[in-house]
Design a protein around this ligand. Structure first.
Ligand SMILES: [Zn+2]
Ligand SMILES: [Zn+2]
Length: 723
């Protein structure tokens, strides 16, 4: 008997090994981690199955070096789902398994010991004197009550890590392991559910123990989280597990706190910002079947759930659920695959459901639940446009917008200005000759980051010094063109010198809890201005926020990307929804040069649901997803010829496929990035089956192509963007 092992290498096949001496092959179950010799080194693989015959001559078969788990780490359900994932996304199983496991478990070591990292006082702490009121003093005080788990500190003391670093340096505290967390007692009574919330909870709860997909379509601020909480509580009481996926790490602290305050069960975070140890502990707790909530981003969809009760995908329309490199999976779609395998309801929540989800509702595959009002007195604000044609603008801001912000601040309330471009200006240009700074590796303009005095390429990350004079004509005084968040912040500071202004974009909000810390820097009951990119579009309840301005969204009206209209509408609705979430009414203004554009007009007049219906009709007529199924073969290389030759050869071995169309070779929408030339082939089929029947044999031929060795290529099944 030989064991067939998936090893994390970019090859589609499994590898055969002999069982280690003294152990029978059938004693090593499917889903067990093993350490195997691979090439000149060792690798951690997963046993997929055992078979009697190997194609490898017996003399060349090597034995497994070590069996790492006493029992399989991955359940049958998870193994089957991961095999499905490998087939569906045409990705090597070894790499799929590797994506699914936390980093610690990919190393050739036995499972880490149980228990959670906790801080405790050392003997020296008894005599320590610390400035009272400081963060260090507060942390010391808290620890005098006994050791505290990291997760508890995260919940009670958001900035404990810097205080801990200080105390650790002074030898006053140390890290120990304590038993798995006992959840804190529930300290908040839930608000009464609205009629619609109650109906949604009842409809979903009635399907518990069965696979049943729901689209929970609730306007921003309608309390979708209350529905999740009301469903989670009884599931946990039955000893079940609840998986909640969220699109952004930035959203997890607020949600974690809310779940922990309300549920008498452990709530584990699972995302890439966590230390490896914490991540592994959460993963293993779930694998042991402990009744708990796992709240995580995309990759948490692979967490083991032996006692699954419910899966929730919050903000299901968000494109960050799609992984854009390596294994290009879509976590929302996999959540449904798992829900089916685990026999549990899957709730897809959004104020702006994706067209994919709406098409599934239309086809009767998902049940549609509505939350059409905000609880209590909160009302949805209306969005009004500011016609920018023939208007002179001060730093890109229309007079109506400036007046609106002024009134808002005068009322002691907060304003949010949305602009989806970070940096000071998207272009730096010479007024004399028209030269502009461009990335030599991408052929795209460089963004001027004034504060850092750098020009940066937002496509490849290249950066350079800002020239003092035009490199072409030698004239001094290069001028910024256009408006980034940094320039808006400066303009607003000039207009409203006394208001606190916080900018939130990838530049200012780096690292753990950064968005939250920035938001907390404006007192909740004080006036202030938030400026930022789409990081500001989601989550975060800001009760004193009553004014929203959207700036520079016109580009989305004319993009070549067929999903641009859908995304623009989602963005406008999501950003607008930040306003007026509590008792105070909100106002939303949108600056545009195209107030009569049918998409904008219909969105503002009839709302997202109507526009989504229109967009679905357009997609159906154009033969585009969700009514067609796409796969994109991307290639890049140092020369355009290598790309063209590879794609032409790949198209050639497709041998005029049946029931699907193949377009290309064509240049990628961005034909050069980071110095590489890029091209693609687009496959489209009306039936998913036809596409999948074609892909696997075709890619086997593509892999064999001589031209494939000269390019980097990848396949993207169900691409969310064609770039
Ligand atoms: Zn010039
Ligand atoms: Zn570049």
């Amino acid at each position: 008997m030989v064991l067939r092992v998936a090893v994390p290498v970019p090859l589609p096949q499994l590898f055969d090994y002999l069982p280690p001496p003294g152990i029978a092959a059938h004693a090593i179950a499917r889903g067990t981690r093993v350490s195997v010799p691979f090439g000149r080194s060792r690798s951690v693989g997963i046993v997929v199955d055992a078979c009697a015959i190997s194609e490898i001559p017996a003399a060349r078969l090597k034995p497994i070096a070590a069996v790492l788990d006493p029992a399989p780490l991955l359940s049958d359900e998870l193994m089957a789902t991961l095999e499905w994932t490998a087939r569906y996304y045409q990705h090597p199983l070894g790499e799929v398994l590797d994506t699914a496991l936390p980093a610690t478990l990919r190393r050739p070591r036995p499972l880490p010991s149980d228990g959670e990292a906790a801080l405790t006082l050392t003997i020296s702490a008894t005599f320590a004197v610390t400035k009272s009121g400081s963060a260090s003093a507060r942390l010391l005080e808290l620890l005098r009550g006994g050791p505290a788990a990291y997760s508890k500190l995260d919940a009670q003391f958001p900035d404990w890590r810097s205080a801990a670093a200080n105390l650790r340096r002074r030898g006053l505290i140390e890290t120990i392991r304590i038993d798995a967390t006992t959840p804190p007692p529930v300290c908040i009574t839930p608000p009464p559910l609205t009629g619609e919330q109650g109906a949604a909870v009842a409809a979903i709860a009635a399907e518990s123990g069965k696979f049943a997909p729901f689209a929970l379509d609730g306007i921003t601020g309608s309390g979708k989280t209350e529905v999740y909480l009301a469903l989670a509580a009884p599931a946990l009481a039955r000893g079940e597990q609840v998986l909640v996926l969220v699109p952004e790490i930035g959203l997890t602290p607020q949600l974690l706190r809310r779940f922990r305050e309300r549920l008498a069960a452990p709530v584990h975070a699972l995302h890439s910002d966590l230390a490896d140890g914490e991540r592994t502990r959460a993963w293993l707790a779930a694998a042991r079947g402990e009744s708990c909530v796992v709240l995580g981003t995309r990759s948490a969809v692979f967490v083991p759930l032996p006692r699954a009760g419910l899966i929730v995908v919050d903000e299901e329309h968000d494109t960050s659920y799609k992984q854009q490199d390596g294994l290009r999976y879509h976590a929302r779609d996999l959540a449904l695959v798992r829900g089916k395998a685990l026999n549990v309801p899957v709730v897809l929540g959004s104020a702006t459901p994706s067209l994919e989800t709406l098409a599934n509702v239309e086809a009767g595959r998902y049940r549609h639940l509505h939350l059409s009002s905000r609880p209590g007195a909160a009302r949805m604000p209306a969005v009004r446009t500011i016609d920018l044609r023939s208007k002179r603008l001060a730093d890109g801001l229309a007079p109506e917008l400036i007046a609106g912000i002024r009134d808002c601040l005068a009322r002691g309330e907060q304003a949010l200005l949305f602009r989806n471009r970070r940096g000071y200006a998207p272009v730096l240009m010479c007024r004399a000759c028209g030269w502009h700074a461009a990335c030599a590796r991408c052929d795209k303009p460089l963004t001027w980051h004034r504060g850092e005095a750098r020009l940066r390429c937002h496509h490849c990350g290249a950066q350079q010094r800002v020239p003092d004079q035009c490199p072409d004509c030698g004239q001094p005084g290069l001028a910024p063109q256009g408006l980034g968040t940094e320039r808006m912040e400066e303009a607003l500071a000039g207009l409203f010198p006394r208001a606190p202004i916080v900018r939130i974009d990838r530049e200012t909000a780096r690292g753990k809890g950064a968005v939250e810390n920035l938001l907390n820097s404006i007192a909740p009951d004080q006036p202030g201005i938030l400026v930022g990119t789409q990081m500001l579009a989601k989550g975060h309840d800001l009760p004193n926020l009553t004014f929203v301005g959207l700036i520079g969204v016109d580009a989305g009206l004319f993009s070549a990307d067929f999903r641009a209209s859908e995304r623009l509408c989602q963005l406008i609705v999501q950003v607008s929804g930040r306003a007026g979430r509590a008792l105070k009414p909100g106002q939303v203004w949108l600056q545009t040069h195209h107030p009569d554009h049918p998409l904008l007009r219909d969105l503002l007049k009839f709302g997202y649901a109507q526009v989504a219906r229109e967009l679905l009709v357009e997609r159906r007529e154009a033969g585009l997803p969700p009514y067609a199924h796409l796969a994109l073969l991307r290639a890049e290389a140092k020369t355009p010829t290598a790309v063209e030759e590879f794609l032409a050869a790949a198209a050639d071995v497709a041998q005029s496929p049946k029931d699907l169309s193949l377009r290309g070779p064509m240049p990628a929408p961005m034909p050069r990035r980071a110095g590489s030339h890029r091209g693609q082939l687009l496959l489209s089929a009306d039936e998913r089956k036809a596409l999948h029947a074609f892909l696997s044999p075709w890619l086997a031929r593509v892999r064999e192509l001589r031209q494939a060795r000269r390019v980097r290529w990848s396949i993207d099944v169900d691409p969310v963007d064609l770039y």
